[in-house]
Design a protein around this ligand. Structure first.
Ligand code: ATP
Length: 305
C-alpha cells in the first residue's frame, strides 16, 4: 500500500482541515472511471460519514474494485468529482490516501504468515529505540501496544507470538482492522472481508466492523452479501454494470428489497418464469416482477441489527 504508483501524477489539494458539509469525510459526485475505452464506472455518487458503515454492493464486474481503487489512491477518476473533507482531491498514490486517513484492508491482507501477530501489526511502521546508528526495534513496546490495541477493539488472542498465518481468516481480518484504527484511519475501506469466511467467522468480522464504526470511523464495506451488509450497514449503494442502481439509507430499504436488488431484480423474475416451466425446480422463493418494481418503503426498519 505504500509504494508510489508511477502511472499517475495527480495533485493533492492541501488539507482543508475540517470535514466537509455535514461531516462528510469522503464524497464521490457523479464520479466515473474509464480504462481506455472501457467505462468501468459512471455517474457514481457516494458519501462516507464518520460513525457510519456505507455498504457498496454489487455482482462481479459491477465496478466495486474500481471504486475502491479511486478512493484508495490506486487509480484516478476520469469523470466527476472526488472530495475529501469537502475539498477536491486527486491522489497520486495510496500513500496520499493514507496521509488523508484513508486506509484499505484488502482481502489478501498483505501479511507475512510466518511472522508473529505483533510483528505483522507493525509491519512497515516498526517502533524503534536508541540513537542512530544503533537504533533498533523496540520489540517490547510493539508487543505491548499491539496487545493493548487489539484488546481495545475487543480482540483477544491467546498469544501474540504465534505466526499470523496460524490465525483464522476472520481473526486476521480483525487484526488488520485494529491495525488501521491504530495507525489513525478516519476512513476504513474493507474489500469483501467476509467473502472467504464461514458463518461464524463472518459474524466475528462484522462485529469488528461495527466496533470500528463505533470508534468514529467512516467505514466503506464492500460485499456481495446483502445479509452481511444489512447487519451493520447505515447506507447501501448497489452497483450494477458500473452505475449506481440503488442508494438508500437503512430507513429507506428493507433487507428483502436489498436482496432483490442484489439478486438482479428483473433478471431473476425472468428466470423464475423460465424455471417454472422446468419440472422439479422449486421457484417459490424467487421474486415476481411486481415485487421488484414496488417503490422503496419509506418507513422501513430503523436502528441497527
Ligand atoms: N485495468 C482494467 N482495464 C480494463 N478494464 C478493466 C480494468 N479493471 C476493471 N475493468 C473492467 O471494469 C469493469 C468493472 O470491474 P471491477 O473489477 O471494478 O468490478 P468488481 O465489481 O470489483 O468485480 P469483482 O467482484 O469481480 O472483482 C469490468 O467490466 C472490468 O472488466
Amino acid at each position: 500500500m505504500k509504494e508510489k504508483n508511477s502511472e499517475t501524477h495527480g495533485e493533492i489539494i492541501p488539507d482543508s482541515g475540517p470535514q466537509g458539509e455535514d461531516g462528510v469525510l469522503v464524497e464521490l459526485r457523479n464520479a466515473g472511471k474509464s480504462y481506455g475505452n472501457i467505462r468501468a464506472l459512471h455517474g457514481v455518487s457516494l458519501q462516507v460519514r464518520p460513525n457510519q458503515v456505507t455498504c457498496v454492493l454489487g455482482d462481479n464486474g459491477a465496478g466495486k474494485s474500481t471504486l475502491i481503487k479511486i478512493i484508495s489512491g490506486l487509480h484516478q477518476h476520469t469523470e466527476g468529482e472526488f472530495l475529501v473533507d469537502g475539498a477536491p482531491v486527486r491522489f497520486a498514490s495510496p500513500r496520499d490516501a493514507l496521509d488523508k486517513g484513508i486506509a484499505t484492508v484488502y482481502q489478501d491482507l498483505a501479511t507475512v504468515p510466518l511472522m508473529p501477530v505483533w510483528r505483522n501489526f507493525f509491519l512497515g511502521s516498526e517502533m524503534t529505540k536508541g540513537p542512530w546508528p544503533v537504533r533498533r526495534l523496540d520489540i517490547e513496546r510493539m508487543k505491548k501496544t499491539a496487545d493493548h490495541e487489539l484488546r481495545e477493539m475487543g480482540i483477544v488472542l491467546d498469544d501474540l507470538e504465534q505466526p499470523i498465518g496460524t490465525l483464522s481468516g476472520g481473526q486476521r481480518q480483525c487484526v488488520a482492522i485494529a491495525r488501521a484504527v491504530y495507525f489513525g484511519a478516519r476512513v476504513l475501506i474493507l474489500d469483501e472481508p467476509t467473502a472467504a469466511l464461514g458463518v461464524k467467522q463472518s459474524g466475528v468480522v462484522l462485529k469488528y466492523i461495527a466496533a470500528a464504526r463505533d470508534r468514529g470511523l467512516g467505514v466503506i464495506f464492500i460485499t456481495h452479501n446483502p445479509h452481511h451488509a444489512y447487519m451493520v450497514g447505515d447506507h447501501f449503494s448497489v452497483l450494477r454494470l458500473g452505475t449506481m442502481e440503488l442508494s438508500a439509507s437503512r430507513a429507506q430499504v428493507s433487507l428483502e428489497e436489498l436482496t432483490n436488488h442484489m439478486a438482479g431484480g428483473a433478471e431473476l423474475a425472468a428466470l423464475k418464469h423460465e424455471l417454472s416451466q422446468v419440472s422439479g425446480v422449486d421457484v417459490e422463493g424467487l421474486p415476481e416482477k411486481e415485487d421488484l418494481t414496488a417503490p422503496l418503503a419509506a418507513g422501513g426498519p430503523e436502528g441497527k441489527a
